[in-house]
Design a protein around this ligand. Sequence first.
Ligand SMILES: Nc1nc2c(ncn2[C@@H]2O[C@H](COP(=O)(O)OP(=O)(O)OP(=O)(O)O)[C@@H](O)[C@H]2O)c(=O)[nH]1
Ligand SMILES: [Mg+2]
Length: 217
Amino acid sequence: MQILVGKIPTNNLMTTYKKNNFFENCSFVKGVANIEGLEISNVPEIAFLGRSNVGKSTLLNAITKRSKLAHTSKTPGRTQELNFFSVIIDRPVMNIVDMPGYGFARASKKKIKEWTYLSKFYLQNRPNLRRVFLLIDSRHNIKASDKEIMNMLDECAVSYQIVLTKIDKIKNQDDVILKTKNSIQKFIAVHPEIHSTSSHKERGLEDLRNAISSMVE
Ligand SMILES: Nc1nc2c(ncn2[C@@H]2O[C@H](COP(=O)(O)OP(=O)(O)OP(=O)(O)O)[C@@H](O)[C@H]2O)c(=O)[nH]1
Ligand SMILES: [Mg+2]
C-alpha cells in the first residue's frame, strides 16, 4: 500500500515535523490479521507490545492526544490485530503498530495461537522496525511471559525498550524503576533507559514522544 512507503527525512525536515506537532498527524492505516496482510515498508517503524490490558492502545492515544484513535477497553483482549498507524507529514514519516496483547487467558486457544504466530512473525521479519516499546504494568513487574518475549527479541536482535505504564496507580515509583532495571540486566537487546508513564495523568509522555520521534532523524 502506497501510504506505508516513504523516505527517511533529513534533520532539517525533522525540525519542521516537530514544529508541526508530529504525533497529531498520526492516523489509522489498517489492521492486519494474518501474515499475508503484512506489507513491506521502508518507513521507520515502532511497535507497542506487552501483556493484554497493560495500556498499549491507551498510550498511543495519549501520545497522539487523540482519545479515540486506538480502541481501548477495561477488559483484556481488545486489540486483536496488528493495527498500523502512520504519521504523515506530506509523506509517511513513521509507522506505529499497536499490537495485540499476550497473556490473555480467556481467549480461545485458536485465537491465542493465531496472534502469537502473527506477532512473532512480524517481530522477527521486519527490517524497518526501529524499536519495540515493551509495556509493563508498573503494579505487576516483569512476568514470565514478558521474559519469554524479551528472550525472543534478544535472539533476533530487535531493539526494545521498557515502558512502565499506569504509574498513577503506584506510590513507590523509584523502587519500581530500580527493581525493573535489575530485572532487565541480563537481557541483551534492551535499551538501558526505562520510561515510566501514566496515560491517564499524562506523565512521562513528552520523554516518550521525544524518544519515538527522534527515530525518524
Ligand atoms: N490508571 C490507569 N489506567 C490505565 C492507564 N492506561 C490504560 N489504563 C487502563 O487500562 C485498561 C486497558 O487499556 P488498553 O489501552 O485497552 O490496554 P491494551 O494493552 O491495549 O490491551 P489489549 O488491547 O487487550 O492488549 C483500560 O481500562 C485503560 O483505561 C493509565 O495510565 N492509568
Ligand atoms: Mg489494545
